[in-house]
Design a protein around this ligand. Structure first.
Ligand code: FAD
Length: 175
């Protein structure tokens, strides 16, 4: 093959990505579905040639993407759980019908629009198995805590004790 044909053939080969890089539905690496460590591994070559201003030092990789870079799956997840649990913390103890249907609508749309598509699909699956419970703050916060634990289990993280939810997300710790 000539140089040009070789390069055309190479373009048609499925590109190999390091373990942990999740592809988007367009076949390209999905940044909000991938940890910064895996993302940095696949951009390493570009970093080495100086074409990307991303630091791949061990410390930088361990602490996640720089604050002014697009979020990885972990930064996005942490911020999103903060938002979701804070919404639950502000939800009324005895919500009106409108507030219940607003929350149901929000959770349904959220599960479709979440930028990490693998996370979104799993969350939709969880919602199909465990219908969101929105009759009171306590009900919703416990449902959300179990939903978060479902993801924790999937990722091999410790489960959170849902009896501590109120202190963690609403009142602060009693010391
Ligand atoms: P996080 O899990 O982000 O939790 C933040 C804080 O919440 C913790 O420090 C703790 O204080 C508290 N907490 C922990 N568990 C609970 C609980 N059950 N109830 C109440 N509070 C709790 N990442 C993936 O790699 N793959 C996925 O498929 C995936 N799916 C996700 C789906 C959704 C809907 C969301 C919002 C995130 C998802 N993530 C996924 C991201 C993942 O859940 C974490 O956010 C990310 O790995 C960072 O974890 P973390 O250890 O910093 O703590």
């Amino acid at each position: 093959l000539s140089g040009a044909s070789e390069s055309a053939a190479a373009d048609q080969q499925p590109k190999k990505f390091p373990k942990g890089v999740v592809l988007g539905k367009d076949g390209k690496p999905c940044r909000s579905c991938t940890s910064f460590a895996s993302w940095a591994a696949q951009t390493k070559k570009d970093v080495a040639t100086g074409s990307r201003a991303v630091s791949t030092s061990t410390t930088a990789v361990a602490s996640g993407p720089p604050a002014d870079c697009p979020p990885d799956v972990e930064t996005l997840g942490r911020s999103t759980w903060t938002l979701l649990h804070s919404i639950a913390a502000q939800y009324p103890e005895t919500p009106s019908q409108t507030q219940k249907s607003d929350l149901l609508g929000f959770v349904g749309l959220f599960s479709k629009l979440y930028p990490c598509w693998v996370c979104a699909e799993d969350f939709q699956g969880y919602m199909a198995r465990q219908k969101p419970q929105v009759n009171s703050r306590d009900e919703f916060s416990q449902w959300l805590c179990r939903a978060h634990n479902d993801v924790n289990r999937k990722l091999g993280k410790p489960e959170f004790d849902c009896s501590k939810w109120d202190e963690r997300w609403r009142t602060g710790w009693k010391d």
